[in-house]
Design a binder for this molecule. Structure first.
Ligand SMILES: Nc1ncnc2c1ncn2[C@@H]1O[C@H](COP(=O)(O)OP(=O)(O)O)[C@@H](O)[C@H]1O
Ligand SMILES: [Mg+2]
Length: 267
């Protein structure tokens, strides 16, 4: 298998909050072009900090990059603010979804397209979102806040896609959702990726994340403790014990099943 050139490269990244809390202690990782990369880790491991640093939103949280680099196709992302980063093709779906509850579904989607100046690209993004999430088309004129948790997550992902990202950053999209809905989110992520978007997926739900990812990293209090191909990582003792629980064999069986389901979507 030929290694793909990375779309995102993170090297020796150190990040602190308030000068005291060391959230990232020198992590290195990459997202190969066209792949899904999962970052697993328990609460406080530094997953959101990694995404905030990549998306240029770290300052909003009073975080600071102490050293290291973040490059998109070789260009320095740390020199860019959040809006410039979106225009470079990197769009984040933040933890907790953060949709505009009082705006309609359509208005939420339009807000996501604001950095997307090209009219044709906006129309294509809109069509893509409606095809991926028919429910968002049906509920166009309904307020975002009236959607179910799963639908709000789909709206948050749809809004991010309206900017036509080349790299999509997802921060715990499964949080607080029922298992059936988590399965749907996993399928949607796989489909988005199949359409050509690279994905950096941060999750505590290792089953979903390893089911959809090509590669994975495990973060442990600000450091990478394990990394490799998602399927291989799923079989390691540490990941089984810490993240997959006792029914890991059963979960692997489900992974194979969902793989078959997804291949049906390949036109
Ligand atoms: N805005 C903030 N101010 C101070 N400390 C923070 C802030 N955000 C996160 N942290 C701390 O940084 C560490 C990493 O947090 P975070 O990146 O949110 O982890 P995760 O997303 O993996 O749960 C934790 O110790 C957390 O308490
Ligand atoms: Mg987090």
């Amino acid at each position: 298998m030929r290694a793909r050139r990375p779309v995102l490269t993170v090297q020796d990244l150190r990040v602190t909050y308030g000068g005291a809390v060391q959230a990232l202690r020198g992590i290195s990782m990459e997202v190969p072009d066209g792949k899904v990369v999962a970052v697993l880790g328990s609460n406080g491991a530094g997953k959101s900090t990694l995404l905030r640093t990549v998306s240029g939103t770290l300052k909003l949280h009073r975080g600071r990059v102490e050293s290291g680099s973040v490059r998109l196709d070789g260009t320095d992302l740390l020199a860019r603010d959040a809006a410039q980063t979106v225009r470079s093709g990197v769009v984040q779906v933040p933890e907790g979804r953060r949709i505009f509850g009082r705006l309609t579904v359509e208005e939420n989607l339009r807000a996501g397209a604001m950095g997307n100046r090209d009219r044709a690209a906006r129309a294509a993004a809109q069509a893509r979102v409606h095809e991926l999430f028919p429910v968002l088309k049906e509920r166009s004129s309904q307020r975002g806040g009236l959607l179910s948790g799963g639908e709000q997550q789909m709206l948050a992902i749809g809004r991010a896609l309206m900017a036509s990202p080349k790299l999509l950053l997802l921060d715990e999209p499964s949080l607080g959702l029922a298992p059936r809905v988590i399965g749907q989110i996993g399928e949607v992520i796989a489909e988005i990726n199949r359409q050509g978007t690279s994905v950096l997926l941060v999750e505590q739900n290792a089953t979903m994340a390893l089911g959809v990812a090509d590669l994975a990293y495990v973060l442990d209090v600000g450091e990478v403790s394990l990394s490799g191909e998602a399927g291989v990582l799923a079989g390691t003792d540490e990941v089984q014990r810490l993240y997959l629980g006792h029914d890991a064999d059963h979960q692997r069986g489900r992974r194979a099943t969902s793989g078959r389901t997804l291949s049906r979507w390949t036109a």
